[in-house]
Design a protein around this ligand. Structure first.
Ligand code: T5A
Length: 212
């Protein structure tokens, strides 16, 4: 049987990295084989593309160049990691995926979503995540958490308004696809965030078992 594809999303500093460890422990607890990966990145080529995308630079990066780099990395990641792992029956846990493109490039950079959808179809065919956890916090709290942790990358140098659009983009995705997406209030203490994640994972597990 094909594995399941779980993604975790949200604006800057929402706690994706922190909570991925918790999800890994949950998968281990269910004895599910899985691969944990991330976007941009996930293969040597795609990790090089990630470095290109995140490095702060003098020149203004065209939104189209950014979008194409993201989907180039994604094509390699799907071909080399995600598709084969799912086909073997293992699960994928991915830190960001195409919802990030709709939120950051679509809502954040005001790129046309029909163009993003065309690239999505080209690169992914019909493949979509089975469960997406969208960690949601007020933008300023996330940026504060991220800046307390490390120097800003190219995206983190954007203005607050950009991240407000990204946040609204994620919430719109969740509203449009409630069967797949679960919004988690990530402004709470970690224990309360992880309780919500646990509820979402158990509900997903139960429904996957039911559907065979
Ligand atoms: N991107 C990506 C696009 O534009 N389009 C795309 O299609 C894709 C795939 C890199 C960038 O790429 C862009 C978006 C991004 O800007 P990234 O590295 O995954 O992607 O993104 P970041 O958001 O930069 O990831 P971060 O590592 O900065 O944030 P996390 O992982 O969400 O946050 P985390 O876990 O490191 O937590 C931040 C801090 O908060 C604390 C943690 O201890 C840490 O110090 N924290 C909490 N503190 C209090 N209470 C809680 N509940 C806490 N949870 C975490």
């Amino acid at each position: 049987m094909r594995g399941k594809f779980i993604t975790i999303e949200g604006t800057e500093g929402v706690g994706k990295t922190t909570n991925i460890e918790f999800i890994q422990a949950w998968l281990d607890g269910k004895n599910l084989p899985f691969v944990c990966t991330r976007e941009p990145g996930g293969t040597p080529l795609a990790e090089q593309i990630r470095e290109l995308l995140l490095a702060p630079r003098e020149e203004v990066v065209s939104s189209t160049a950014e979008l194409l780099l993201i989907f180039a990395g994604r094509a390699q990641h799907l071909h080399q990691v995600i598709e084969p792992v799912l086909a073997e029956g293992a699960w994928i846990l991915c830190d960001r995926f195409t919802d990030a493109t709709y939120a950051y490039q679509g809502a954040g950079r005001n790129m046309r979503t029909d163009l993003i959808a065309e690239l999505e179809l080209l690169v992914q065919g019909s493949l979509r995540p089975d469960l997406t956890l969208i960690l949601d916090i007020p933008v300023e709290l996330g940026l504060k958490r991220a800046s307390d942790r490390s120097e800003p990358d190219r995206f983190e140098q954007e203005q607050v308004e950009f991240f407000e659009r990204v946040r609204q983009g994620y919430l719109a995705i969740a509203a449009a696809d409630p069967d797949r997406c679960v919004v988690i209030d990530a402004s709470l203490p970690l224990e309360a965030v992880q309780r919500q994640i646990s509820v979402a994972l158990e509900a997903f597990w139960f429904s996957s078992e039911e559907s065979g």
